[in-house]
Design a protein around this ligand. Structure first.
Ligand code: CA
Length: 228
């Protein structure tokens, strides 16, 4: 399992990112101070570091320099202002990428995957999911059922991929919104509309779903194959 160290002092943001990355299949450690983060880096030897620029204890740039002195572990810097990006590049601290706040967890995940692909030459997780006779290709963004292609919108695909990566696990509407990169409350019902469209395309009989189950009062889940 790929291990990510997140060094970020905004506790609520750190929690959202940690949960999102864990859901995507990564092991995540979190430090809320720069000096703690560097100590954790040395102790745990993660595969990738997500590093906020402005941190208590030790500045993000100093943490990045200290990491670079002893390792080539990929670093993605998190910055609050786009003008800090110039500073990052100018200082040539050896970060592999950067992301400017505010950003969606989905965008961060895409950056993480891209950096890992580039630096490891390997994909961090299985890129094809097979559940029953449904096959989901996470790289090509294609879905087939019994070999027949099913055309989904990008939103429908992300919903399906999110749930199918954890068969049997129940997702609330707000978790699914989060997976889509929407951070608004009050939009939970739009998930129902997307699920309805997804079922119409995916399910042999949308009125009696085989794949995407409604868990009343909670949300939705992708059925485990053995439950069929
Ligand atoms: Ca900060």
């Amino acid at each position: 399992m790929v291990h990510i160290l997140l060094i970020e002092d905004e506790v609520s943001l750190a929690r959202v990112l940690r949960d999102y990355l864990q859901q995507a299949g990564y092991r995540v450690s979190v430090a809320y101070r720069g000096d703690e983060g560097l100590a954790m880096f040395e102790r745990e030897q993660p595969d990738l570091v997500l590093l906020d620029l402005n941190l208590p204890g030790m500045d993000g740039l100093d943490v990045a320099r200290a990491i670079r002195r002893k390792s080539n572990t990929p670093i993605i810097m998190i910055t609050a202002r786009s003008d800090e990006v110039d500073q990052l590049i100018g200082l040539e601290i050896g970060a592999d990428d950067y992301i400017v706040k505010p950003f969606s967890p989905r965008l961060l995940l895409a950056r993480v995957r891209a950096v890992l692909r580039r630096t490891q030459g390997a994909s961090p997780q299985p890129r094809k999911l097979r559940v029953g006779d449904v096959e989901i290709d996470l790289d090509a963004h294609t879905v087939t059922r019994a070999g027949e292609p099913i055309r989904l919108t990008p939103t429908e695909f992300r919903l399906l991929a999110t749930m199918a990566q954890h068969p049997g696990r129940v997702f609330t509407r707000s978790q699914l919104l989060d997976a889509l990169g929407y951070h608004y409350t009050g939009y939970e019902r739009t998930i129902d509309a997307h699920i309805k469209n997804l079922r119409a395309k995916l399910e042999p009989d949308p009125k009696h779903p085989r794949y995407i189950e409604t868990v009343f009062g909670v949300g939705y889940r992708f059925r485990k194959p053995q439950e069929e």
